[in-house]
Design a binder for this molecule. Structure first.
Ligand SMILES: Cc1cc2nc3c(=O)[nH]c(=O)nc-3n(C[C@H](O)[C@H](O)[C@H](O)COP(=O)(O)OP(=O)(O)OC[C@H]3O[C@@H](n4cnc5c(N)ncnc54)[C@H](O)[C@@H]3O)c2cc1C
Length: 389
């Protein structure tokens, strides 16, 4: 019997497992995938995510991986670029965009160093329930096809956007909308290593996140129908992506063409945005499994880090005082929803791609919201402080 079984061992699951193991609980993470590995995601961290890494004592490890410190941000509004230095706020003065194989690997290592166990190649296929209906573990299948049952006092679904755990647990969707946007991205060598770039043009939002190995992630978000020519270009998809960039954001397009593209183009469209019931007797959801928004606000990893800490704190309280579980877990959901509200609404407004002047206003509101959030995260009361020691 584990104290906690966490299904999914990337940014939400591994962070939750690490915090819980650091609080003295017996934690098992399972993931169906081989880790560390990349996943479909760009990976620009905003200030709140960096604050969490810093508070957890992991920021130096991320920088030591070779992910460059981002010290300035370029905002280009219809061909008028402005560069701003990242100010010292909430305890950090840089941003960073580690490759997911680096970030997720580092988080899973840190969880194991704190005492959590990791089993990869295990797919959760259902949940165990005791006679009173309380969730009491998971059922799963190993890579060799064996059935396993893993009993636990608490089960955490951290299995991402397509969460099967949410279905097994019966977690209801409280709020939802479908994004009308699509995103494509690739990697390029030869761009500035210290600058996040955001370019705004009519019906287009493009950017650059410098990352490990001298590469930069270059992305383009637009209303889905406008990216159809790329999606349907077959083997010419990357060429079609560069052509759109040159047309919409000529300076960036030129630099991408002059650089070296090192990866195949990846992308996705019309992502679901939702908030799910976050807990029930013996279970909770964290990360994309419980709350998801379009990547236009670049907030998913920070959401995962924020909610990992809120949830670990609530589970710790519940395991130490089972009579207080309902109150602790309700407080987790309420805090998650309150802290996510503003960015969720801004995500919806931005994905509608209003004219550039309004898009810029929304970006400014987003920037204020992100700074306030970073300050709030920096002020989290931390049982985690000792992990950073
Ligand atoms: C195109 C795109 C771009 C993005 N860009 C950014 C960005 O720039 N910045 C940012 O902060 N966020 C970004 N995001 C969002 C970010 O990727 C997610 O919010 C983040 O990955 C959520 O982490 P997670 O741990 O909840 O889920 P995931 O990273 O999806 O991990 C879930 C894990 O669960 C495992 N799993 C699933 N089902 C099972 C099962 N049944 N049994 C066992 N294991 C299972 C999977 O193998 C996986 O490893 C982007 C997303 C997309 C799609």
């Amino acid at each position: 019997m584990y104290d906690v079984v966490v299904v999914g061992a990337r940014c939400a699951g591994a962070a939750t497992a690490r915090l819980l193991a650091g609080m003295g609980h017996d934690v098992l993470m399972v993931d169906k995938t081989r880790l560390p590995s990349d996943t479909l995601s760009t990976h620009g961290l905003i200030r709140g995510g960096v604050v969490q890494l810093s508070r957890w004592g992991l920021l130096d490890r991320v920088l030591d991986s070779g992910a460059p410190a981002i010290t300035q941000v370029l905002f280009d509004i219809e061909g008028e670029p402005k560069v701003r230095r990242i100010k010292q706020r909430a305890g950090v003065d840089l941003l960073v965009a580690p490759r997911r194989r680096v970030l997720d690997g580092l988080l899973a290592d840190a969880a194991q160093e704190a005492g959590a166990r990791l089993r990869t190649g295990v797919t959760a296929t259902g949940v165990l329930r005791s006679d009173n209906g309380r969730v009491s573990g998971i059922a799963g299948r190993t890579a060799t096809g064996d059935h396993v049952e893993l009993p636990a006092r608490m089960v955490v679904g951290a299995d991402g956007r397509g969460s099967r755990m949410a279905g097994y647990l019966g977690a209801e969707i409280v709020e939802r909308f479908t994004s009308p946007c699509a995103v494509f991205y690739t990697y390029v060598i030869g761009l500035r290593p210290d600058t996040y770039e955001f370019h705004i043009a009519p019906d287009a939002f493009a950017g650059v996140f410098p990352t490990n190995d001298g590469e930069a992630c270059v992305w383009l978000i637009r209303p889905t129908p406008l990216l159809e020519p790329i999606r349907t270009a077959g083997t010419g998809r990357t060429a079609a992506f560069v052509e759109q960039l040159e047309l919409l954001v000529p300076d960036l397009g030129r630099r991408v063409r002059a650089g070296r593209i090192t990866a195949r183009l990846r992308g996705t469209a019309n992502l679901p945005n939702y908030r799910r019931q976050a807990h029930g007797p013996g279970w909770a959801l964290v990360g994309d499994a419980g709350y998801h928004r379009d990547p236009i606000t670049g907030h998913g990893i920070t959401d995962a880090f924020r909610d990992a800490e809120l949830l670990a704190t609530a589970i710790d309280r519940s395991l130490r005082d089972p009579a207080g579980e309902q109150a602790a877990m309700t407080s987790y959901q309420e805090s998650r929803d309150a802290m996510a509200r503003e960015v969720f609404d801004l995500t919806r407004a931005l994905t509608a791609f209003p004219p550039p002047a309004r898009f810029v206003e929304l970006q400014l509101q987003l920037s204020d919201a992100l700074e306030r959030e970073a300050e709030q995260l920096a002020g989290f009361p931390g049982p985690t402080a000792r992990l950073a020691a």
